[in-house]
Design a protein around this ligand. Structure first.
Ligand SMILES: *Cc1c(COP(=O)(O)O)cnc(C)c1O
Length: 569
């Protein structure tokens, strides 16, 4: 007991030190901040975590707010036929987060729900601390259903989701107040999930312009159907009097409350997450001024151990200032290659031990890992197994490592996993394929640092940005991808990687046939021959990835743009 009191008084003390200082509250439905905390599903959450880490590195006075999601997104198993099995993640919350004494409440359908918060502290390179609050409704006083609201990320039905968004948005604004953060003057909504927070702010200020001055909104979804919307028949009673009538014309569509429209209405600054995505968003939401800030990744988090050692030796200072990675051009080629092989061994040993696939350190290895869903075309690479075997026969052996979860309700995403499993059975010999279960930050890091080529095949223009290719670039690994999202800005053909399909200047949507042809053609005639027969130039390409792309596509550069263009302008 005594020990516990010391701990909680320590926490209070550290909060007291921070209290009153932070200026910006960063809201995100998911935050992937630590490999041990499963409160994320993918790109959106990892971006949020990397953003907060860069704020800590750059002393930007931010606090993070998210949901606890104590059972995570889900734990993925895959049976021998390629069927995905979803299990709740068992997460020992108290091992990694500290429970805080302050609580708050929100009303849903006139029912009061109590919310508490857990604390995680992110320490930047110079010791600056950014707190992240994980909201939790699993409290005795709440009803059984209400207690489940912070259990499953993206689980349940629309009402469950709306209730979660009430907890995140409205509960988030209120808990900051309860925790004593009185100097927040910017609320940054990372995607529309937290948009209901604007209603609480309007409730406080009763002044639309005043709320707008304080709100910043980042949209991540380039397709209309992807935006959260809730039928007014239940949204109105669930949210209650906080939803004012005069905004309904702007924020509802087909009698549905649209979270993107709500966030747009109340924000003075809105951005997409890559240049192209900014353009697409402006077309989707005419009448709003929408800027773009291209995503990044947190350099220190995503550079593998061997490259960290090499960078520390050759480019000291890169942790706090990743622009320094520009000078990677002058690193000795053999040092780059040795660091790469060490990272590659780490991955190959892992897959051999787990899946008994007998992969080698020398063979050309392609990585593909991301959410398994139709527009990302996870099976494009294995769609013509004979062609793949022919290329391996003619040019050199190929190894392919896959990973990724499909959303439990995404049937076609699940089918893609089955197709890959079928290909694993039908392709053998010179092409080895394996699928790593339960893609998460740890596996993401191992893969984006351990393969030779990072493959990405989204159908244009569906990929808002994409970030795993930026992680690969930080480890000197070139990307091979359709020109969509960040790759439109990052691809210099044969220097930082290669493009699949139509040129940058062509606007049309992807055609699977054209892209498949180009994918195999470039692998056969450009990429794999360069790897096996022109190693010197291959390593030059690796260096360019670091010097040209890692030095720019990082969250330190990104957050500096948010500070200048969004937070303090
Ligand atoms: C980086 C990362 C993502 C996002 O990758 P995309 O290329 O944007 O799809 C998703 N999941 C995990 C575990 C990651 O590490």
């Amino acid at each position: 007991m005594e020990e516990m009191e010391t701990l909680s008084s320590k926490i209070n003390k550290s909060i007291n030190n921070l209290r009153g200082k932070p200026k910006i509250a960063y809201f995100s439905m998911e935050i992937g901040i630590d490999e041990n905390i499963p409160s994320y599903s993918g790109g959106l959450g990892i971006l949020a975590g990397d953003t907060i880490k860069s704020c800590a590195d750059l002393n930007v006075p931010v606090v993070g707010v998210t949901l606890l999601s104590e059972n995570g997104y889900f734990y993925q198993k895959i049976d021998e036929h390629g069927n995905q099995i979803e299990l709740p993640i068992q997460f020992a919350v108290q091992n990694f987060l500290q429970l805080l004494p302050s609580t708050t409440t929100v009303n849903i359908d006139d029912r009061e729900i109590k919310i508490r918060a857990w604390l995680y502290q992110v320490k930047g390179v110079s010791g600056f601390i950014v707190p992240v609050f994980f909201l939790d409704t699993n409290i005795d006083e709440n009803s059984d259903w209400d207690r489940t609201l912070t259990k499953y990320l993206y689980g349940g039905d629309n009402r469950y989701r709306l209730a979660q968004e009430i907890v995140l948005g409205i509960g988030g604004v209120k808990i900051l107040d309860a925790l004593g953060y009185t100097t927040i003057d910017k609320y940054h909504m990372n995607e529309g999930h937290a948009a209901l927070g604007t209603l609480k702010l309007y409730d406080i200020y009763n002044d639309v312009e005043r709320v707008r001055e304080q709100c910043v909104f980042t949209t991540h979804t380039p397709v209309a159907a992807g935006h959260d919307q809730f039928d007014m028949s239940y949204a109105k009673p669930m949210i209650g009097e906080l939803l004012p009538d005069f905004i309904l014309g702007d924020v509802t569509f087909d009698n549905k409350l649209n979270m993107t429209r709500l966030a747009l209405f109340f924000s003075h600054y809105v951005n997409g997450v890559a240049k192209k995505h900014g353009e697409v968003s402006r077309l989707m939401f005419p009448g709003y001024s929408i800027d773009s800030i291209t995503n990044g990744v947190h350099s220190t988090t995503w550079v593998s151990e061997p490259f960290q050692r090499l960078f520390d030796k050759t480019m000291p200072g890169w942790h706090s200032d990743p622009y320094i990675l520009r000078s990677a051009f002058s690193i000795e080629k053999n040092e780059v290659w040795n660091a790469h092989i060490e990272a590659k061994k780490n991955l190959i040993n892992f897959v051999n031990e787990r899946y008994n696939v007998g992969m080698t350190y020398d063979d050309f290895t392609i990585g593909f890992a991301r959410r398994q869903t139709a527009y990302k075309r996870p099976d494009l690479l294995i769609s013509d197994p004979n062609r793949l075997m022919h290329i391996a026969d003619k040019v050199g052996p190929i190894q392919i490592i896959y990973s990724g979860k499909a959303h439990p309700k995404d049937g076609s995403g699940k089918d893609s996993i089955k197709k890959i499993y079928n290909a694993m059975k039908s392709i053998s010999g010179k092409v080895k394929i394996t699928y790593i279960h339960n893609y998460d930050m740890k596996i993401g890091k191992m893969m984006t640092s351990g393969v030779d080529l990072w493959l990405n095949t989204p159908r244009r223009p569906r990929e808002a940005s994409g970030t795993s290719g930026m992680k690969a670039a930080h480890n000197g690994i070139p990307q091979f991808s359709t020109l969509d999202g960040w790759w439109l800005e990052g691809c210099i053909e044969n220097i930082t990687g290669w493009a699949i399909g139509p040129e940058k200047t062509q606007e049309e949507e992807s055609d699977d046939k054209i892209d498949r042809y180009d994918l195999y053609d470039k692998l056969e005639n450009w990429i794999i021959p360069k790897f096996y027969n022109d190693r010197d130039n291959w390593i030059r390409t690796m260096r360019s990835c670091i010097a040209i792309n890692a030095s720019f596509f990082n969250t330190n550069r990104m957050i500096q743009q948010y500070v200048l263009n969004a937070y303090f302008r």
